[in-house]
Structures are given as C-alpha cells and as structure tokens.
Write a protein that binds this ligand. Structure first.
Ligand code: ZN
Length: 294
C-alpha cells in the first residue's frame, strides 16, 4: 500500500507506482522516496521504505528475487543509507526488444531485423534504483544497455497498433545487462540476459503521454555519456512493438517491455556506476553500481 503523504507542491506530478495489494496503479506525489519525504516533513520515516511509492512485491515473487526482497523492520537513522528501493514491477512478465536502434544493430555487426526480435528477462533478475549489479565470473564480457521501458496498463491481446498507446500506463527505465559472449554463443538469449541482478528497473513509473515517444535516452558510465539517442529513432516504434507482441502473447497490466538500446554499448567492471536517464515530460534517472559476484 502506498503511504499517504503530505503533498509537497514543488514535486512533479504524474508519478505512478504499482499497488500490489489493490492491483492497480496509484499516483505517487514525490519522486524519490523516504529521503525526500523525511526532508520535507522533518521527521524520519516510520514506514518501510518499500511502502512509499514502490509497493512491495507479492511474497512469492520476493522470495524468488533475492535482489529485491523487501526489508522489513528498523528504519536506518537519518544520514545513513536507506535500503534499496524495489523495482517497480507488478506484472507477469518482462519482455525486451533486441536491435531496435539502427546504429546499435550495426555496431554489433547485426542486420536490421525484418520484424521485432524480443525475449524474456526473468523477474529474478530485477533490482531497483541504486541497486548493485553483480557481475558473474567466467562468462566473458558483460555489457550495459540503457533502455526506456513501457509499463502496460490494460490487457493487450491482438491489439492493433492504432490502439496500442491507449494500453500503456507508464514508462520507467531499465538496464538490459547482457553477457555478450554468451549471447553470441547461445541461440537462446535467456542465460545471457537472465542472470540475477541483470534487470535494474526504476526509479519510478512516470505516467505515459505520447511525448515520451520523443524522449531523449542517455546512459552515463562513471559520469561520461556513452549512449544517447531519441525514441524517435526506434526501428519498430512502440505501437508496432505492442501489436507484434500481443499477437503472440497476452500482455497484462504491469507487464514491462524494454524497448531496445541505442548505440554505444560497452563492458561493465566492478566499481562502475551507471546512470540511465530519460528526458521526457519529466526526467527519470536510474542509478546502479557494479560489483563482482561473490
Ligand atoms: Zn537490450
């Protein structure tokens, strides 16, 4: 359940989060959780941080998702780091589209696909804003891919492109972490894309408006911009993606679609800090850090 908070007028409108207990999207009146809440109210939060704008995962999902398990109990004293936010995910599946920006297909030596290529990322790969991607040893190069993610708001089955945008509730950001050599070696991408922590998602869900389709998407690695493009560059635009996917599988409210990554992908090493940023009707910024899997 979302904590009802005093409205702070300086904060942008239009933030949404998934309410697992009531099964729907709920407005969020502040964008970055208890730290900001505590600042505005002058008191430390008394609720679990995950109840603020970022509803807890269903218990069965949390149990499978060590990277996103809710932390109950003591709230850290002011000035100390808060526990990580949960990924804002309340759906049944996470889909991701490959090679959807022409320069990115070219940089990996791939042809532009004739129809969308898409794959699964498992919920066990989710981590939230300011989470840690754990880099497994022995699988070769592991790349970042910054992406804008769509959050579906209504059931889509055989949805025509002309109706698809009305089914999108919101957008958020994702990092499609990829074990590149495994992806090249194995015909299915499930393992290369599916390690635990390989799907940072967040920080929040911003309400969808069509102007998001012109948003600028950037990835910064240790402060340096390494990917930058606009959603207008998508080979298969959002309505076509939803039409294509929903001809094969029903999209449910809360399902997430990663829309593809611009050119500029590259390797991650322990200690790296990555920010995925989208400048749209509001600015979204997803920050993560990297550590070796132990
Ligand atoms: Zn990707």
């Amino acid at each position: 359940m979302l904590l009802r908070t005093p409205v702070t007028p300086a904060l942008p409108e239009g933030w949404l989060s998934w309410d697992h207990r009531h099964g729907g999207f709920q407005p969020v009146t502040f964008p970055d959780g208890l730290a900001r809440l505590a600042r505005h109210t002058g008191r430390p939060a008394t609720a679990d941080r995950h109840d603020v704008g970022n509803a807890p995962l269903p218990p069965q999902m949390a149990a499978r998702s060590p990277g996103v398990a809710p932390r109950k109990g003591a709230v850290p004293p002011p000035g100390t780091d808060l526990p990580p936010l949960l990924a804002p995910f309340g759906g049944t599946k996470i889909l991701a589209v490959g090679r959807n920006y022409r320069p990115h297909a070219a940089e990996l030596g791939n042809a532009v696909p004739e129809e969308p290529i898409w794959f699964y990322k498992p919920p066990s790969a989710l981590i939230g804003h300011q989470g840690v991607v754990r880099l497994p040893a022995g699988v070769g190069q592991i790349d970042y891919e910054g992406e804008l993610a769509l959050v579906i708001g209504a059931t889509c089955r055989h949805t025509p492109a002309s109706e698809a945008l009305s089914k999108v509730a919101g957008v958020t950001l994702a990092l499609d972490v990829t074990a590149r050599q495994l992806q090249k070696k194995e015909p299915q991408w499930t393992r290369a894309k599916g390690f635990d922590t390989f799907c940072p998602l967040g920080p929040w869900i911003a309400r969808f408006t069509p102007s998001w389709l012109e948003a600028r998407l950037e990835t910064r690695l240790n402060g340096k911009t390494v990917q930058s493009d606009q959603l207008t560059s998508l080979i298969f635009p959002v309505p076509e993606l939803i039409a294509h996917i929903s001809r094969a599988m029903t999209l449910e409210p809360g399902d997430v679609i990663l829309t593809g990554t611009p050119a500029g992908v590259g390797p991650l090493v322990p200690g790296d800090r990555v920010e995925v940023r989208a400048e749209g009707p509001v600015t979204l910024s997803l920050e993560i850090s990297c550590a070796a899997e132990t």
